[in-house]
Design a protein around this ligand. Structure first.
Ligand SMILES: [Zn+2]
Ligand SMILES: [Zn+2]
Length: 183
């Protein structure tokens, strides 16, 4: 699958503390009767969801429901992240939506192979999942702003910053021929 380049935003002192914000304990739901549920609301100014992606802000809510098999999650989170502008290669802010649906977390004792599972204490870190869902919602050709001028095709200068002075007429050889004729 093709994913757009994500700018590196590695923090020098990244610890598990950063990721723990998306770590939840659903152990109480495993103990609860079928149909029991809890609505979880998130409203973070910024969350690391992996060493290459920061979601800023991250807000929304989801419902965790006890089903006969485990804990079912459903909801929607809204965020934005920095990606590379397809025109000028500068930084572009891309809004992202992580849709949580059809997510069933099994208790480890009864989890079929390859399925999502809670750990022994009932915890799950949703960061990797939310990272993946967010990346999937990013279009390939994000641009930094509607009127991004892009890069000069002759010298590669970022034309949003300044004019490079290249003679743009040289871009089109037909124009050059025409100019020769006019002389
Ligand atoms: Zn741009
Ligand atoms: Zn140029």
């Amino acid at each position: 699958m093709h994913l757009p380049l994500i700018l590196l935003f590695m923090e020098p002192t990244m610890t598990s503390e950063h990721l723990s914000r998306l770590r939840f304990n659903f152990g109480f739901l495993i103990e609860a009767p079928l149909g029991a549920h809890r609505v979880i609301e998130l409203d973070y100014p910024s969350v690391d969801v992996g060493d290459d992606v920061i979601l800023s802000p991250l807000a929304g809510k989801f419902t965790a429901t006890r089903t006969s098999e485990g804990v079912y999650l459903q909801g929607e989170l809204h965020s934005a992240t920095a990606v590379e502008c397809a025109r000028c290669l500068g930084e572009a802010e891309q809004k992202v939506t992580a849709v949580l649906k059809d997510l069933l977390f099994y208790p480890p004792e009864t989890a079929p192979k390859e399925e999502l599972t809670l750990d022994k204490e009932g915890y799950v870190d949703l960061a990797p999942l939310i990272r993946e869902l967010s990346l999937l919602s990013i279009p390939i050709n994000t641009i930094c702003r509607p009127d991004c001028a892009g890069l000069c095709v002759t010298c590669g200068h970022n034309l949003n910053e300044s004019d490079c002075g290249c003679d743009e007429k040289l871009i089109d050889p037909r124009m050059e021929v025409l100019q020769q004729l006019l002389k």
